[in-house]
Design a protein around this ligand. Structure first.
Ligand code: NAD
Length: 356
């Protein structure tokens, strides 16, 4: 197969981790006789420096004309005071919305080799952590009207949150379809005791659940979910929720698995084309030191193969190689523990390729 991948290395550790992921993709291409063609584009802080915008037109066009996008991370303190209309993160919001990527899937899976890194008690961790947060990505309060005005001599800020039936229905379908490939359990998270958007969310979710009689379906309030994730994470299989709740809960979910550097994510829309990226940011504190963990990005490439390229075997090969390297005791600094062998970002990439 021939696949064109748009590459956004981004800022901070982005170039280091994406370079390792590209080497793994190339090795998979050689092993399984696929041709992966890269088109590298600028986005984020580096694009602001070069072009005065976080997302040059050509970069967006290449995202819209490819088989999938692989992203490192964008942003950093250098651009913290930049005008909000061109901030690095703005590039990601624009790409997601222009590509119609309304579903963000983040697996929260504990690597047994790293169970000590989880902040939860051993008795909880031993029950297993393996669920996916399906987050609505291009609606809700992050995309609503906003304003800051002066009224009665004080500042007042407003953010509008809205959801329409079709926006809820399409993410519901993604959640139920995802559950069909897993343990057939969906928990929809809302705040229906307070918010109108949540009451509509619940109504559409419950209607859609009727089309999936094979899936066990329940509702859970967001505050309770935040507690249940740390109290009994093994109860979850697929969590589906709106944009802001998903933003917060998926960070909580990734935290309990140990290292932020290990977790991939995918953003999908109606077709097979998606955007794949590790869940962490650009880690400016360790950028340029060759100590970043590239596994989250390498597993994002594995997700790309499974969900966008229909290459399940290739994807599983990458996942198995990551497990082998961890079993052999190799660790980057962020997941290092006593008795293990510390390796750099490039060494970790090389070891994963050797284990493919
Ligand atoms: P961060 O995820 O970049 O870093 C948090 C901590 O985790 C840091 O100590 C960092 O060194 C460590 N870390 C993160 N990824 C790691 C890896 N692969 N290997 C080893 N250690 C790793 O979060 P932050 O510090 O809050 O944000 C830094 C910048 O990244 C900000 O400008 C933020 O806006 C941006 N950001 C971008 C994205 C994205 O591009 N999708 C997401 C989140 C944050």
């Amino acid at each position: 197969m021939n696949k064109t991948i748009t590459i956004i290395k981004g800022d901070g550790i982005g170039p280091e981790i994406v370079t390792e992921a590209m080497k793994v993709i190339d090795a998979i291409g050689q092993k399984y006789r696929h041709q992966f063609i890269y088109q590298e584009v600028a986005a984020g802080g580096n694009a602001i420096d070069q072009y005065g915008t976080s997302l040059p037109k050509e970069s967006l066009e290449k995202c819209l004309n490819c088989d999938s996008v692989l992203l490192g991370a964008v942003g950093g303190p250098k651009w913290d005071k930049t005008d909000p209309s061109i901030r690095p993160e703005k590039a990601l919001l624009s790409i997601r919305s222009e590509m119609g990527l309304y579903a963000n899937l983040r697996p929260a899976k504990l690597f047994p080799q790293l169970s000590e890194a989880s902040p939860l008690k051993e008795s909880i961790v031993n029950q297993g952590i393996d669920f996916v947060v399906v987050r609505e990505l291009i609606g809700g309060v992050y995309f609503g009207k906003r304003s800051t005005t002066t009224e009665n001599n004080e500042l007042i800020a407003r953010d509008e949150m809205s959801y329409s039936e079709h926006e809820i229905k399409r993410i519901a379908k993604i959640a139920f379809e995802t559950a069909r490939k897993r343990n057939k359990n969906v928990i929809s998270v809302d705040k229906a005791n307070v918010l109108d958007t949540s009451r509509l969310w619940r109504r559409v979710m419950e209607q859609t659940a009727k089309d999936y009689p094979d899936i066990q379906y329940t509702n859970m309030l967001v505050d309770n979910t935040a507690m249940q994730i740390v109290k009994c994470p093994s109860q979850f299989d697929v969590i589906v929720t709106e944009n802001m709740f998903g933003d917060i809960l998926s960070d909580e979910a990734s935290m309990i698995t140990g290292s932020i550097g290990m977790i991939p994510s995918s953003s999908l829309g109606n077709g097979t084309r998606g955007m794949y990226e590790p869940i962490h940011g650009s880690a400016p504190d360790i950028a340029g030191q060759n100590i970043a963990n590239p596994i989250g990005t390498i597993l994002s490439a594995a997700m790309m193969m499974k969900y966008s390229f229909d290459m399940a075997r290739e994807s599983e090969n990458i996942e198995a190689a990551v497990h082998s390297v961890l079993n052999q005791g190799y660790r980057t600094t962020d997941i290092m523990s006593s008795g293990k062998i510390k390796v750099s970002c490039t060494e970790m990439g090389k070891l994963i390729i050797e284990n493919l």
